[in-house]
Design a protein around this ligand. Structure first.
Ligand code: LLP
Length: 470
């Protein structure tokens, strides 16, 4: 794979990669590495593509950003500025949105295992919709809403039984899934009946999500068919009118040159007429159409910059280029065998391996992470000018499910996130420090090193005081 073909990259006169008008090498120097760089215009373009393409083809569309892809305050505000609503799937994502100042009445609350505390929190801030995943959850929402004198607006998440061709761990629409209420065995119909009877919930619509990194239109169209058939059945059985139909997220993106994703326009062209047609066939009013893209909003906008720490050439076997990040900042390779493209950000102008003026030799290398696991690899077999220690290495397409899935494995501090636009870079998440890593550690007195251990008498006094207060 030759990074020259990468659709995400451009270079300046120094031969340095540029992102959002910023020199990537300068960004690495200024903010340190690893560094997540998010191109603001790319995020905005992706939001607009959904709003415009669907808006042009369907009368009432709501695009909801699935914030699990990248949930930090600045991004939540940015996508809302573009007219998107927000999907949160945990108390923490909800808290992030609310503390950023995102209006609660534009927030959908998802999740297959919401705790009573999370539900109470969502009720207290007044989320727009609960997307309910089970009957148990429905009853808890009703009970807690009653105790607060509220009526909660809910949608039911159903499993349409559609198999999207994606990685086993990220497909969700099939019947054997932890997500959603099953249609064929009658559970979904029962849930509609119960939701209609409960006094403190109002059922506004239905939801499904078939999977993630999906490259075909058919599963979305099939899901609409299944959901509209069910809406008709539920209408006949209970009088339920589906005001809104949420077809979830899942549109794939181009991680490498082998990927050929469909666009928001392709999806709109397939989905909008299918829904209009199904509604008229079933004699049902046209529901609002809701979509929940995550990856396709932020994925291609992100690049991670690393510094090369070591190059190990095993003659006739492989060249390992070890960088200062890895599975702690991008676990997707280890988890899903995800494939990325990489390039040397400081040597973008080096003539390609086959070009006549090529002075530098090129090499096929594999980029290794810094965690203590053989499986911690970032990219296998990528062609680049012979890498050296100190080079700045860029991995493309890391905007989605990288920062949001990052961990402190091996006690690596999480990288900073910067938002770039028109040559300007703003830190939107500060780099963690070593002190952050230990800030929540607590050492029982008996384990403290002698020098810092209080005198025995003082200890005894503390223990008895503790016992009294218990
Ligand atoms: N709506 C629901 C209910 C979802 O569960 C998801 C993703 C989305 C929307 C957004 O899907 P997207 O447009 O981003 O594909 N960590 C995995 C992806 C897990 C996706 C989970 N749900 C990865 O790194 O590939």
């Amino acid at each position: 794979m030759n990074y020259r073909s990468n659709i995400h990259s451009s270079a300046n006169s120094k031969g340095h990669l540029t992102i959002g008008g910023c020199d990537a090498v300068a960004l690495a120097k200024r903010f340190g590495t690893p560094l997540y760089v998010i191109d603001e215009d790319a995020v905005r373009r992706a939001c607009r593509a959904y709003v415009e393409e669907f808006g042009a083809r369907y009368p009432n569309v709501r695009v909801i950003y699935a914030s699990k892809a990248l949930m930090v305050k600045a991004i939540a505000l940015l996508v809302m500025e573009e007219g998107l609503f927000l999907d949160v799937c945990s108390g923490g994502e909800l808290y992030t949105a609310i503390s950023a100042g995102c209006p609660a009445d534009q927030i959908y609350f998802h999740g297959n295992s919401k705790s009573a505390a999370e539900i109470a929190f969502a009720l207290s801030v007044g989320v727009f919709r609960f997307v309910v995943d089970s009957l148990d959850e429905l009853y808890v929402i009703d009970r807690l809403a009653r105790s607060k004198g509220l009526v909660a607006n809910v949608m039911l998440r159903l499993t349409p039984g559609i198999e999207a061709h994606t990685h086993e761990y990220i497909k969700t629409g099939q019947i054997d899934s932890k997500f959603g209420i099953v249609i064929p065995n009658g559970d979904a119909l029962r849930a509609v009946g119960i939701a209609k009877r409960l006094a403190n919930v109002r059922l506004t619509g239905l939801h499904c999500h078939i999977g993630s990194q999906v490259f075909e239109m058919e599963p979305f169209v099939d899901a609409i068919d299944v959901m509209m058939n069910f809406a008709k059945q539920a209408h006949e059985a209970t009088g339920f009118i589906m005001e809104e139909l949420d077809i979830g997220g899942g549109l794939g993106i181009r991680y490498n040159s082998k990927d050929d994703p469909i666009t928001a326009r392709d999806l709109a062209e397939a989905v909008a007429p299918a829904l209009i047609d199904a509604a008229s066939r079933h004699g049902l009013p046209l529901p609002s159409l809701l979509l929940e893209p995550g990856r396709s909003i932020v994925g291609e906008a992100g690049t991670t910059l690393y510094t090369v720490n070591a190059v190990k050439r095993i003659e006739g076997v492989r060249t390992y280029v070890s960088v200062d990040g890895g599975m702690a900042d991008n676990p997707r390779i280890a988890l899903y065998q995800a494939e990325y493209e990489a390039a040397l950000a400081n040597r973008m102008a080096v003539p390609g391996p086959s070009s006549p003026g090529s002075s530098e030799s090129w090499e096929t290398v594999s980029v290794a992470g810094n965690c203590c696991e053989s499986g911690d690899m970032l990219v296998w077999d990528v062609s680049m000018p012979r890498p050296e220690i100190g080079d700045t290495l860029a991995v493309f397409c890391t905007g989605a499910y990288n920062y949001s899935m990052a961990s402190n494995y091996n006690r690596y501090p999480r990288p900073a996130v910067v938002l770039v636009r028109d040559g300007r870079a703003d830190v939107i998440v500060e780099r963690e420090t070593y002190a952050d890593l230990t800030a929540r550690d607590s050492v029982p007195v008996r384990l403290r090193p002698a020098a810092t251990r209080p005198a025995a008498a003082e200890l005894a006094h503390r223990d008895s005081a503790g016992a009294q207060s218990r």
